[in-house]
Design a protein around this ligand. Structure first.
Ligand code: URA
Length: 299
C-alpha cells in the first residue's frame, strides 16, 4: 500500500512539477529498480525531490529526509496524479466535465461507496462559470437528489449567491468528496485524497476566475494547508489545481490558475449566525475581484 506524502513535501513536489510543466515538461517516468531508467526519461520525480532539497539549502531532519527518500511512495502517488487525463485536449468545458463524469463511473475507489451512499454527487452549474464553490461532501438531501447543496445549508448558500448578484445557475458548485460520508461525518483523509483529483480536474475544465472554499475541509484540501479558518480567511490565494496540466497549449493557454478565497461553511453559519457578517466580508472581496455589485434591495 502506498504511504502518503507529508503535506509539506507534497506541496513542494507539486510546486516543482508545476514548474516543470511551465517549462513544457509533462512526462515523468519511473526509475527502474536498479537505478536504471525505464523508457525515454525526460525527468524524474526523484530528481524533483532532490532538487527541492538542494534548492532549500537546508539540512533535512531525518524524518523529512526519509520522506524524500521514499521514492516508491512518492512515485505511486505522483504517477497516478500525473497520468494524462482523457479530457485534457478538450476545450469545451461542458464536454470536458462529461468526460470526467464518465471516468468517475460508478466509483468504488474509496470506502464511501459501501457506506450507504445512494448516488454520486458530481457537481452542478454553469460549465463556463467564473465562480466555483467547493463544499465538503454531500449530506442526506444531496445524496437523495444527486445535487450539491440542496438541503438547509444549500438554501443558505443559494441566498449567499443571490446576495452576490448571481444565481445558482451562473456559478458551479461541487464538493471535496462526491459520496455522502455516513452520519454526515467529515470525510477521512484517504477519501479526500482519492476523490479530490476529480474535483481538481473539474476546476481545470471550468477554468473559473475565483474558487471559494466553504469551510475548513475544502480550504485545507484545496490549499494543502493545515491552518485554522481564522488564519485562512480574509485573503486571496493563487490557486492551480494540483496534478492537472493546466498550461498545456493544446488546452487553454489563457488560463493559468485562478484566485481562491476561504469562507465559512453555510452549515457553520446556520449554527452560528453571528458569523454571517464575516462571511459576507469574504464574499464582498470575491465580488470586487469579479466586478460584481450586490443587487439593490427590493421593497
Ligand atoms: N454540505 C456540503 O459540504 N456539501 C453539500 O453538498 C451539502 C452540505
Amino acid at each position: 500500500m502506498p504511504r502518503t506524502l507529508n503535506p509539506e513535501l507534497r506541496r513542494a513536489l507539486a510546486d516543482r512539477i508545476r514548474y516543470y510543466n511551465e517549462l513544457g515538461i509533462y512526462d515523468f517516468y519511473r526509475r527502474g529498480p536498479s537505478g536504471s531508467r525505464d523508457g525515454d526519461v525526460t525527468t524524474s520525480v526523484a530528481m524533483a525531490t532532490s532538487e527541492i532539497q538542494s534548492e532549500s539549502g537546508e539540512e533535512m531532519n531525518p524524518r523529512k529526509a526519509a520522506a524524500v527518500a521514499a521514492p516508491v511512495a512518492v512515485e505511486e502517488n505522483i504517477f497516478e496524479v500525473l497520468a494524462p487525463k482523457p479530457e485534457q485536449k478538450v476545450t469545451d468545458p461542458a464536454k470536458a466535465l462529461k468526460i470526467i463524469r464518465e471516468d468517475l463511473g460508478d466509483c468504488t475507489r474509496c470506502a464511501l461507496h459501501k457506506q450507504g451512499r445512494k448516488q454520486i454527487v458530481f457537481g452542478v452549474g454553469d460549465p463556463n462559470a467564473e465562480l466555483l464553490f467547493v463544499g465538503e461532501g454531500p449530506g442526506a438531501d444531496e445524496d437523495e437528489q444527486g445535487e450539491p447543496f440542496v438541503g438547509r445549508s444549500g438554501q443558505l448558500l443559494t441566498n449567499m449567491i443571490k446576495a452576490m448578484g448571481l444565481s445558482r445557475e451562473q456559478v458551479y458548485i461541487a464538493n471535496i468528496v462526491k459520496c455522502r460520508p455516513p452520519a454526515n461525518r467529515a470525510p477521512e483523509r484517504e477519501e479526500t485524497e482519492t476523490c479530490s483529483p476529480f474535483l481538481m480536474r473539474q476546476i481545470a475544465a471550468i477554468k473559473p476566475k475565483v474558487v471559494v472554499a466553504l469551510g475548513a475541509t475544502a480550504a485545507k484540501t484545496l490549499l494543502a494547508m493545515n491552518s485554522s479558518m481564522i488564519q485562512l480567511r480574509g485573503r486571496f490565494y493563487d490557486f492551480k489545481p494540483a496534478g492537472v496540466r493546466i498550461n498545456d497549449r493544446s488546452n487553454d493557454p489563457r488560463w493559468d490558475g485562478c484566485k481562491l478565497a476561504v469562507t465559512y461553511h453555510p452549515a457553520f453559519l446556520l449554527r452560528d449566525p453571528r458569523q454571517k457578517g464575516e462571511a459576507w466580508k469574504d464574499l464582498q472581496m470575491v465580488m470586487k475581484e469579479l466586478g460584481l455589485k450586490a443587487p439593490k434591495a427590493t421593497t
